[in-house]
Design a protein around this ligand. Structure first.
Ligand SMILES: Cc1cc2nc3c(=O)[nH]c(=O)nc-3n(C[C@H](O)[C@H](O)[C@H](O)COP(=O)(O)OP(=O)(O)OC[C@H]3O[C@@H](n4cnc5c(N)ncnc54)[C@H](O)[C@@H]3O)c2cc1C
Length: 426
């Protein structure tokens, strides 16, 4: 069965993917009066159990300027430790030597805030039209020279009748993450396009434990002592972090912190296909594989409970893709965020570039709609894509190199983190 919807009045934008990039884009477009609808393959906002923290640093001023004030007013709800008195030290990222416990170097990240993905999605989703359980199947840019027909499949129970939906839009923005289907479609008319569009396994693994230390205030105190937001830690063959994931309770006396610790190391799922990726077995693996640290860090690892109630653990191989030019269908379809430039997490640049994409995307649409005479759609989006590909590819390559350098004590001095801090990658 196929249901067809024509979103004709005003330029209508269909966004594929309700991650942080898609939600931010929708809020920013709505603020300027565009008609926006988001489709996401997940069944609802909080269906994915995996959560993580993201430092918003150089893009925070741009991020706040994109949002309607009534939405940005709720930003604190997403912050990992909203009651902290942020000072120069709290707005610094320290890197410790994991074996000695000594400070190696630190990056100033003035004005930065660390948020959880889940918390920020909740804030950004408010008031938006989001259709859950719908994944993009195809984009037709041939039938009508000025419109895109988006075909969406219902993501239902296996065996259930799949209902298809068709939507006509003026523009489509693919914000469907690292393994983007929109990217795959955009490359499909190039020779070898399927291969070119594929996300690459990076050869770097990431493991995270989100830990409730069962009222053991001593463990929480040890984390906060090193840094009130997040400490980075480097040890032989691994780099990671310890910090605050969630805060509950009211200040000053009854605050409860849930802690996270993350480890990045060289490895691949292709050589360890049977590795447990979540649950108690994943916690056990991460604990056993990160030993030999200074007691101030080691005790946090060793005290991590190995049960699903107190510890949520996730292991994965990080993906990357070096952005390259694509056919944007005369400026009607493009990409933003991880769909355009998935990258390793080192130096925390992924979301900063997503915010930059959203800003540039909105500016391009405003120029087409509002400037006297109206900017040319093809030119406006050729410029958008050129910038995104250049920025995204450079940042993704830098993040890969940064990860390589971090694995070996003799190359640490060459890391951008050491030489240039956490500033803008491009
Ligand atoms: C552990 C970790 C730490 C990080 N730390 C930082 C940091 O400190 N600073 C920083 O700048 N960045 C950081 N990042 C990167 C940052 O999290 C990402 O850049 C950002 O979240 C990307 O969001 P997105 O919306 O582009 O993609 P995603 O979050 O992947 O969202 C994509 C959405 O699209 C949906 N979708 C997928 N396929 C389809 C389909 N076919 N049809 C419909 N919907 C679909 C998915 O369900 C999902 O909701 C970190 C990442 C990780 C993993």
């Amino acid at each position: 069965m196929t249901a067809t919807q024509d979103l004709t009045p005003n330029p209508a934008i269909v966004i594929i993917g309700a991650g942080l990039t898609g939600l931010l884009a929708a809020q920013a477009l709505k603020k300027h009066g565009f008609q926006v609808i988001i489709y996401d393959s997940e069944p609802h906002l909080n269906s994915r159990p995996r959560d993580w923290t993201i430092l918003i640093h150089w893009a925070l001023p741009l991020f706040s300027s994109l949002l309607p004030p009534s939405i940005f007013a709720n930003f604190d709800r997403a912050i990992c430790n909203p009651h902290l008195d942020f000072d120069e030290w709290a707005e610094t990222l320290p890197m410790y030597n994991g074996e000695t416990g000594d400070l190696m170097f630190k990056s100033a990240v003035p004005g930065s805030r660390r948020i959880t993905r889940r918390g920020l999605r909740e804030v950004l989703a408010e008031g938006l039209e989001i259709q859950w359980g719908r994944k993009v199947a195809s984009l037709d840019t041939e039938s009508n020279p000025d419109k895109v027909k988006v075909t969406l499949e219902a993501v239902g129970e296996e065996g259930a009748e799949e209902e298809e939906e068709e939507v006509w839009a003026d523009h489509v923005l693919g914000t469907d993450g690292a393994s983007s289907k929109v990217r795959e479609i955009l490359f499909s008319n190039q020779e070898g396009g399927e291969e070119k569009a594929k996300v690459m396994r990076s050869g770097f693994m990431i493991g995270t434990c989100i830990v409730d230390y069962q009222d053991d205030g001593e463990m929480v105190r040890k984390v906060l002592e090193k840094h009130p937001v997040t400490s980075l830690v480097m040890s032989r063959g691994a780099v990671g972090g310890f910090g605050v994931q969630y805060t509950t309770g009211t200040p000053p006396s009854s605050l409860q912190h849930t802690i996270f610790w993350t480890k990045v190391w060289k490895g691949s799922l292709s050589t360890t296909p049977d590795m447990h990726r979540k649950g108690p077995a994943a916690v056990r693996y991460l604990k056993q594989s990160w030993q030999g640290l200074h007691p101030s860090f080691q005790c946090l690892i060793d005290s991590t409970p190995e049960d699903d109630t107190h510890t949520k653990a996730f292991i994965d191989e990080m993906g990357t893709w070096i952005a390259q030019p694509f056919d944007n269908r005369d400026g009607r379809v493009t990409l933003a965020g991880d769909a355009g430039h998935p990258m390793l997490i080192l130096r925390g640049q992924g979301f900063q570039h997503a915010v930059t994409d959203v800003h540039n995307y909105v500016q391009a649409l405003l120029a087409i709609r509002d400037s006297s005479g109206g900017a040319d759609r093809k030119e406006a989006f050729a410029a958008y894509d050129k910038d995104m590909v250049a920025r995204g590819s450079k940042a993704a390559l830098q993040a890969l190199e940064e990860a390589e350098l971090a694995m070996d004590a003799t190359s640490v001095e060459r890391m951008l983190m050491v030489r240039k801090g956490h500033g803008r990658s491009v």
